[in-house]
Each structure stands twice: as C-alpha cells, then as structure tokens.
Design a binder for this molecule. Structure first.
Ligand SMILES: [Zn+2]
Length: 311
C-alpha cells in the first residue's frame, strides 16, 4: 500500500470541529464507526490484477469508494456495537506508537482513542473486543503504551480471538515464520498487540462460529486469513454483517477474484466473497465494510452475473 494522504482527524466535521460519527441501527443494536485513517490508493497497490480503467468502468463506486480518475479509497476504522446488554468493539485498527516495518503504519499518532472517548465510549465501558483476524490493522488498539509497557486498552473487556488465527500468527506458527517484510510486521504485531492480552488474562479463544450475545455472532469467512470471521448482527427482524477483510473494497462485488497478494488462500477468499454476497443479496442484509470508506455500508443487489452496492 502506498497511501497518498492521511486524514489526521477523520472523525471531525471540518466545518465546526465537532465529532461526526456515522451510525447504523439494526433493531435494538447501534453500530458506530470510529475512523483511524483514510487513504487514497492506486488500485493495483491493493489488487495487483486490477486496472484503473476497470475501476472507472464501475460508475456507482463514485463518490464514496473511488475517484473519477480510478483511484480507490481505503478506510481503517473500528466499529462500536452497542446491544441492550453488551458494548463490543469490532477490530482495533493499527494503534499508536507501534514500531512497524511498513512505513504507512509505523509509529502512528492518530486521535482514534481520544475521539472514541470524546464520543462517550470510555475504554473501560467495553465488555467485549472482537478481532475478525489478527492482521496488523485489526489488533493495534488491543493495547496502548503506558509507562513504556503495552497494556490492554480495554481493561474490562474479554478479547475473543480465533484459535486458528492465534496458532498461525503466534510463536511457532506458519504465518509468524514468514521470511518477509510482512512476516516481520506480523511478528511485531503479535508481540505488542496480542501477547500482552494473553499476559493480562483477558483472552477467550473461540473456534469458527460463535454466539457473542443474543444479537451478535461470529461467522467463519476464511480465505484472507486462515481463521477469519465476520460479525453477524440480528435484531428486530433486521440483519447486518460486518465484513472484516473478506472484502477490502466494493469493486470486489463486480470482480470477485480481486484479492490481496497476502491472502492466505486466494481461491477460497474468492469463493467466500461469492457465498457472502449472494446470501446478503437474498436476505437484504445491511453490509458494513471494515475497510469501505465514505458511506461504508449498503445493501447488495444482483447486477447481471455480479453485484452492486446500494448506499
Ligand atoms: Zn485489514
């Protein structure tokens, strides 16, 4: 990824500097987006096989997800899920003060935690933290730097982590052994953002499908990573799905095979997208994209052999 710009305080309304969180209601559940940063990328920096001409040829991507010139937007945000009984954080972004081999993520100093707390979401008030998978941009705010030590950011939460992900990215795992810049980033990530949560005794390991509370459950959506899960919300006859990284950008509704070079199992990732998009179209699910910028959420409808997002 080669981002073109950082949005330094992306949750602020530039007109008056007040907080401007996006929210969605699913029955009795409220989901709030808290942005860490938004970047603009050449599409082939995310999907090697893609071209800007193909992005321009999907008119509905503008203005939320792509520029008229065929560049794409990528958002990194956490999603606060408030149910009648639980406050849940879904994915914890990159985090501040983390030393990373990839420059775009190295030693960030964003206002994410300040914004979260200013919005009324005190870090002590969270009951559960869900990580859809253990990549660097989904576990960062699991911890924060305090007096030179990594401590849990959400001290009263149980952190639900997938057992397969922990095995793969933890010490001795196949992912942790990768001899590459990516492997180095993931080893550092595990050490400063996952291991301290184990050390604090706050981890509950889960396998595949898992009910978090009556309204929220984890749904396996593997491919991008070996134990990847998405988050299903059902309340009052309505349904939403927080994607995690089973999709990174709405252009994949048209090009299901567009994937990241670092996908664990690219063919499975493509099959997973087909399955999830098809079910979402059939059931009119509100799909909330973990990296989708702008409107971030919408309904998937069939468009010939492929799909389209209606925001
Ligand atoms: Zn990601």
């Amino acid at each position: 990824m080669e981002p073109k710009m950082y949005d330094a305080e992306p949750n602020r309304n530039p007109a008056d500097a007040s907080l401007a969180f996006q929210t969605w209601k699913i029955g009795d559940v409220t989901v709030t987006k808290v942005v860490e940063l938004v970047t603009t990328l050449d599409v082939q920096n995310m999907f090697e096989m893609a071209t800007k001409e193909e992005v321009i040829a999907i008119p509905w991507l503008q203005p939320h997800f792509a520029t008229p010139e065929g560049q794409i937007y990528l958002s990194i945000h956490g999603l606060v899920v408030d149910t009648p009984t639980k406050r849940i954080m879904v994915d914890t972004c990159i985090g501040n003060d983390k030393s990373r081999a990839m420059a775009v993520m190295d030693n960030l100093q964003t206002s994410f935690l300040r914004d979260l707390e200013a919005g009324g979401f005190k870090r002590e008030s969270f009951d559960v933290v869900l990580c859809t998978h253990l990549h660097v941009d989904h576990v960062g705010w699991n911890t924060m730097l305090e007096n030179g030590k990594w401590v849990p950011t959400f001290p009263n939460a149980r952190y639900l982590l997938n057992r397969t992900e922990v095995k793969h990215w933890g010490h001795g795992g196949a992912g942790a052994a990768e001899d590459s810049e990516w492997g180095e980033v993931q080893r550092a990530t595990y050490d400063d953002s996952v291991q301290p949560i184990f050390d604090a005794g706050l981890v509950d390991l889960v396998d595949g499908a898992h009910d978090v509370c009556p309204e929220v459950s984890l749904v396996p959506t593997v491919g991008h990573s070996p134990g990847h899960a998405s988050v299903r919300i059902r309340s009052g006859g309505q349904e939403a799905l927080i994607t995690g990284d089973m999709t990174h950008h709405p252009s994949q509704l048209v090009h299901l095979n567009w994937g990241l070079g670092l996908d664990y199992d690219p063919a499975q990732a493509t099959r997973t997208r087909g399955d999830v998009f098809s079910q979402a179209a059939d059931r009119s699910v509100l799909v909330i994209g973990t990296h989708w910028a702008g409107a971030t959420a919408g309904r998937i409808v069939r468009d010939g052999q492929v799909y389209r997002l209606v925001v």
